[in-house]
Design a protein around this ligand. Structure first.
Ligand SMILES: [Zn+2]
Length: 223
């Protein structure tokens, strides 16, 4: 139920952003997609769409007692589903130190679920950092890969869930059935990044006094 609760706030922010939309070609005018740009999508069901200012984003895997190269390989396969689906508009680089990382990845053996926490500037939705937790309980390669792909979808800007069980960003999954990025998943992400698909990044200077806010999105798995 919670995933629908904040949709009005998102619609309000879309309405504000639409001021720069429509022309497309004017230099110096930020072009921002609306929920009607790429159909079908589930943008209206989200809490908000967020975005990174540019790709690649930097990813760091925390080397704690739950880390393994095997889990890392599975997680990267999940992340790569977004890279492939977007024609490498979404890209990441794995970095060796946490200091340089925008997205930090942890594995959690106590759950099969995932969790993403991120901070962003509320005026623009521009992401500052994200922490992704991938449940590895049960040690099922298909599920670990799927949870990683789903959480990466959050980490690159989809702040909410789809109501369609076929979508990658539906809040639960069926064990041992690989999650796929659907056209609605892709269109929803493209709505956050339409400039990137015409070869640009997005810049949104924030007020000097503005502090990022932090939110967490919890993704329950099926029992
Ligand atoms: Zn989720």
């Amino acid at each position: 139920m919670g995933r629908f609760a904040a949709s009005w706030g998102f619609i309000a922010s879309v309405a504000l952003l639409l001021a720069g939309c429509g022309g497309g070609a004017q230099s110096g005018v930020e072009r921002v997609c609306s929920a009607n740009t790429f159909i079908p999508n589930y943008v209206p069901q989200l809490r908000r769409l967020l975005y990174w200012e540019r790709f690649p984003v930097t990813v760091y895997f925390e080397r704690d007692e739950n880390y393994s190269d095997y889990y890392r390989a599975l997680a990267l396969q999940g992340f790569d589903q977004w890279v492939n689906a977007t024609g490498s508009v979404v890209r990441y680089v794995v970095v060796g130190t946490p200091d340089a990382a925008q997205i930090k990845v942890y594995f959690d053996p106590s759950t099969k679920d995932g969790l993403t926490t991120y901070s962003y500037y509320p005026s623009s939705g521009r992401l500052v950092s994200a922490r992704v937790e991938i449940g590895t309980k049960g040690n099922n390669a298909v599920d670990i890969r799927s949870v990683a792909a789903h959480e990466f979808g959050h980490a690159i800007g989809i702040d909410g869930h789809s109501a369609n069980p076929d979508d990658m960003m539906y809040p639960t999954y069926t064990p041992n059935v690989p999650l796929q990025i659907t056209q609605s998943d892709l269109n929803t992400l493209k709505t956050a990044y339409c400039d990137y698909f015409i070869g640009r990044s997005r810049r949104a200077p924030h007020p000097a006094e503005e502090a990022p806010v932090e939110v967490t999105i919890v993704c329950p798995a099926s029992p």
